[in-house]
Write a protein that binds this ligand. Structure first.
Ligand SMILES: Cc1cc2nc3c(=O)[nH]c(=O)nc-3n(C[C@H](O)[C@H](O)[C@H](O)COP(=O)(O)OP(=O)(O)OC[C@H]3O[C@@H](n4cnc5c(N)ncnc54)[C@H](O)[C@@H]3O)c2cc1C
Length: 326
């Protein structure tokens, strides 16, 4: 029998969920929930239920889970800060890595700089503080990104002129068969908020990143972090649930400028509103559902296309079924 915490009245044995056959599975030490509301795990605070939701105990446990769930459709998430889960929820299994793959280590340090290993579940802000503490420069921008290292690697998250893959030396991968291995940045096509493996392979995810940073000054890094956080508080609607920038900036322009030029600030559909503070943010005013947010995204795209000719491309990832299942 596998071990698990029963978090909901609907909790089942991990093996029962995966295969219905306990004998074929290694012992799992993580936490399995069924019918888990994704609104609890996304920064927009909306979204239907995940059929199954697994929080692995650690990387070995995740590997064991994957080895036993070859046929399962799996969706890996970090802090859900770039994610819209539709109201009908997600079939298959969500695997949540935040605070579980949370190893954060200084691997080497010399006069020119250092190398940090950060597990996929470590919060980006923690990496920024860790690097500053060790007099390493260049990770300060991560302080204001409210996601995990895994999410930052998947999205090539960035701000204020910096981005994640500029500091990546190599990445640790786990694939659908549970194998853990290393990939080099040269194996990916890396662009603005986009990271694609150049070859087609079995589905895989980031288990961690090795970040190479030059030598810096702790005090200067702390000042930079504070300055970046103040800029965010001044310009972003951080007091309302949101998912950061909804659209990528088109080449040579800003999505926010285009949306504002179409007089869409403050525009609402249901409980979703284009933030009056930052036009590229859609906020949940309290009672939004995912359909409201998705409809507002579509409305913005249509209006901006009609009035400016520019096609805005979503930065947020939209997943799940539109309709609720009984
Ligand atoms: C207030 C606010 C401000 C923001 N500011 C910025 C900003 O300045 N710059 C910026 O780039 N983003 C910003 N974002 C968006 C978001 O924080 C980033 O995209 C972040 O990198 C997402 O990380 P996450 O852990 O929350 O990922 P999630 O939202 O959980 O997932 C995002 C995507 O990454 C995938 N993913 C997650 N973990 C893994 C993994 N281990 N392996 C493979 N795929 C994975 C998911 O499947 C999903 O497709 C902001 C969001 C908010 C709410």
């Amino acid at each position: 029998m596998t071990s698990l915490s029963q978090n909901t009245g609907l909790a089942m044995s991990v093996t029962e969920v995966l295969t219905g056959d306990a004998s074929s599975m290694p012992v799992l030490r993580g936490e399995m929930r069924t019918h888990e509301p994704m609104s609890k795990h996304t920064s927009w605070r909306v979204g239907g239920h995940a059929d199954n939701y697994y929080v692995p105990a650690d990387l070995d446990d995740l590997s064991n889970l994957l080895q036993g769930s070859i046929h399962e459709s799996i969706y890996v998430i970090g802090l859900g800060s770039n994610l819209l889960v539709r109201d009908g929820g997600l079939r298959g299994m969500v695997v949540a890595l935040h605070a579980r793959l949370n190893d954060l280590r200084l691997i080497e340090q010399n006069q020119s700089g250092g190398l940090i290993y950060a597990g996929a579940g470590v919060a980006c802000a923690k990496v920024a503080r860790f690097a500053a503490k060790h007099n390493l420069a260049g990770a300060e921008f991560l302080a204001g990104i409210p996601g995990t290292v895994g999410g930052a690697l998947a999205m090539n998250a960035g701000c204020f002129g910096s981005e994640t893959w500029k500091i990546v030396e190599r990445v640790q991968i786990i694939n659908h068969s549970g194998h853990v291995f290393i990939r080099q940045p040269g194996e990916y096509t890396i662009g603005y908020r986009s990271v694609t493996l150049q070859r087609t392979v079995e589905t895989e995810w980031f288990a961690g990143g090795y970040l190479r940073l030059p030598h810096g000054d702790r005090t200067e890094s702390w000042q930079r972090i504070k300055q970046l956080l103040v800029q965010r508080v001044d310009s972003q609607p951080l007091n309302q649930p949101n998912a950061g920038s909804v659209f990528r900036n088109p080449p040579g322009d800003y999505a926010a400028r285009l949306i504002e030029a179409c007089s869409l600030k403050g525009c609402r559909i249901g409980g979703a509103m284009i933030s009056p503070k930052h036009a590229n943010f859609i906020v949940n005013t309290g009672n939004a559902n995912a359909a409201d947010i998705e409809a507002l995204i579509k409305m913005v795209q249509d209006r901006v296309k009609k009035e400016t000719g520019v096609e805005l491309i979503q930065e947020v990832r939209v997943i799940g079924d539109a309709r609720r299942h009984s």
